[in-house]
Design a protein around this ligand. Structure first.
Ligand code: NAP
Length: 305
């Protein structure tokens, strides 16, 4: 009997994983915030995934955090700022040796969860898949991509990668997951805040090449100082390539701000600035972009963290 995939957070990525695992016949349970969210979920027929314009609904079982069943494998699919407290609600249910798969963007939230549960095996993920909610319990699969998974303290791949294969979730076990997460964080810091400050699509940054180049130089210095030289390699070239390849897209931070949603700034640009401070590294442009971004968030009535 396969181990149940408990999925914490039935948002975009949580639904994308839950529906594909359930479609492959694997045991999946959704953990919803509270009884009210569970009642709302039960009033729907299940989770709906819209793929290539076609909607399919999967009757995945839902439960609240206080359900009694022990958890052996937990996919944490909340936003970075919710991950630690959401997992804390499940503390009494986490079986010894539980596996926590952390899908959060940026850095900082994974270490916070890992520090709280030294008995757990924490697997970090970095994904280029894209999805968004277009209704309650309904998610559109917007961008096919890849998910890299890794465990910096334990290089052996878990056996459940077979479940991902069966579910058609494109993935790779990565021996350098921290390099991937740092690289993605640096790309995000060089692009996303500027798209908010200039209120533009990614391609709009082609008009701000000097500023992008200056940020890339500071981020390269930071990555090298943080022991991530591989993540620093040719950063500016890749940032320019991403800006060009995604010119028509709005960045995730732009979309969060435009929809008046809290951003994940604390795990992205703010994390980078704090890492610089820890290393006594002066990165004036990065710091200035951070200050301008916070001003912009506050002016819009959004949380500064
Ligand atoms: P999302 O759509 O906002 O989903 C987050 C879900 O977590 C929501 O359903 C929310 O519940 C739930 N949640 C929060 N606190 C909870 C709690 N205490 N108990 C149970 N559920 C709780 O977020 P997302 O877009 O999937 O993003 C998740 C992470 O993946 C982020 O770090 C994001 O940056 C990263 N990521 C996302 C994408 C993407 O395309 N979406 C791509 C790559 C990486 P409610 O529904 O009740 O609010």
């Amino acid at each position: 009997m396969s181990t149940t995939w408990h999925i914490l957070g039935a948002g975009s990525l949580g639904t994308l994983w839950a529906t594909r695992l359930a479609r492959a016949g694997l045991p999946v349970k959704l953990i919803l915030r509270d009884a009210a969210r569970l009642a709302s979920y039960q009033a729907a027929d299940g989770l709906t995934l819209v793929e290539h314009g076609v909607a399919h609904t999967y009757p995945v079982l839902g439960e609240t955090p206080d359900s009694p069943e022990p958890i052996h494998r937990l996919l944490v699919a909340c936003k970075a700022y919710d991950a630690q407290s959401a997992v804390a609600h499940l503390q009494s249910r986490l079986a010894p040796g539980v596996e926590l798969i952390l899908l959060q963007n940026g850095l900082g939230s994974q270490d916070a969860v890992a520090a709280q549960y030294p008995q757990a095996r924490c697997i970090f993920a970095s994904s280029t898949e894209g999805a968004f909610r277009d209704g309650d319990w309904r998610v559109v699969f917007a961008g096919h991509g890849y998910t890299w998974l890794g465990d910096a303290s334990h290089p052996t791949a878990p056996v459940w990668l077979d479940d991902l294969r069966a579910a058609g979730i494109p993935h790779e076990w990565s021996s350098d997951i921290l390099t991937r997460l740092w690289r993605k964080l640096a790309l995000n810091c060089a692009i996303n805040p500027l798209t908010v400050l200039y209120q533009c699509r990614n391609g709009g940054l082609q008009a701000h090449q000097c500023e992008v180049a200056t940020l890339c130089a500071e981020l390269t210095e930071l990555l090298q100082c943080c022991g991530q030289p591989a993540a620093a390699q040719d950063l500016q070239t890749e940032v320019e390539r991403v800006i060009q390849a995604t010119a028509a897209n709005y960045s995730s931070m732009y979309q969060d701000v435009a929809s008046a949603r809290r951003t994940e700034i604390s795990y992205l640009l703010s994390y980078a600035c704090q890492a610089a401070a820890r290393h006594r590294l002066t990165l004036p442009h990065l710091q200035q972009v951070y200050t301008r971004l916070v001003d912009q968030l506050v002016a819009r009535g959004l949380p500064r963290d």
